[in-house]
Design a protein around this ligand. Structure first.
Ligand code: 5CA
Length: 156
C-alpha cells in the first residue's frame, strides 16, 4: 500500500524511536518467514494482530510473539468485550496496512494496543514495517512505548 512504510517511519520518528526499515527482497509475511529473513528466532518476531470488539466494533492491536497464540479470553478481559478476528479488508481500510505487513506503529486510526510480555525477555525484536517484505528491529520496551502498547499476559 502506497505510503504505509512512510507512515511507519514517521510514527517512529514522532515517538522518538530510532529504526531502520529493511526491505528484505523476500517475503516476511509470516512470523516464520520473517525470522528466516532476519536471522532471529520466531519468538523475536512481533506479530501485529488486529481484532475487533464484538459489541463496539472497535479495532484493537495485539503485539504477539511469533510462536504464541493470542488468548481470546485474556484479551477480552483487557478490552472489556469479546473479540473476533478483524476482516482483512476492514483492517486495510481502517489501519492502512494489509495483513502480513501490519506494523505496530503508523496506523491511520488511533488504535488501543496491548503487547505480549514474553517479548520483553529479548534485547531486540523484529516487527513488520508496512509491507510484505519490510521489517525493523527495536528494543521491546521502546517499541511498546512507541506503539503506546500495554504489556500484558495475553498469550495462550
Ligand atoms: N510480517 C509478518 C511478521 S512481522 C506478519 O505480519 N505476521 S503477522 O502474524 O502479524 O501477520 C500475519 C497474521 O495475519 C497471521 O498470523 C494471522 O493471524 C493474520 N491473518 C492471516 N490471514 C488472515 C485473515 N484472513 N483475516 C485476518 N487475519 C489474518
Amino acid at each position: 500500500m502506497a505510503g504505509s512504510i512512510d507512515r511507519v517511519t514517521e510514527a517512529a520518528a514522532a515517538a522518538g524511536l530510532e529504526i531502520e526499515i529493511r526491505r528484505m527482497g523476500a517475503s516476511t509475511r509470516t512470523a516464520e518467514e520473517a525470522a528466516e529473513q532476519c536471522g532471529c528466532s520466531t519468538a523475536q518476531i512481533v506479530k501485529s494482530l488486529v481484532f475487533q470488539g464484538e459489541s463496539s466494533g472497535k479495532l484493537y492491536l495485539f503485539l504477539v510473539s511469533g510462536p504464541n497464540q493470542l488468548d481470546l479470553a485474556k484479551a477480552a478481559e483487557l478490552v472489556s468485550e469479546t473479540l473476533k478476528r478483524a476482516d482483512p479488508r476492514h483492517v486495510r481500510e481502517q489501519t492502512g496496512f494489509a495483513i502480513g505487513g501490519v506494523s505496530p506503529l503508523g496506523h491511520l486510526i488511533d488504535i488501543p494496543a496491548f503487547a505480549d510480555q514474553t517479548l520483553l525477555s529479548f534485547d531486540r525484536v523484529w516487527a513488520a514495517a508496512g509491507a510484505h517484505d519490510a521489517v525493523f528491529a527495536a528494543e521491546p520496551t521502546a517499541l511498546f512505548a512507541a506503539a503506546r502498547a500495554t504489556a500484558a499476559d495475553l498469550s495462550a
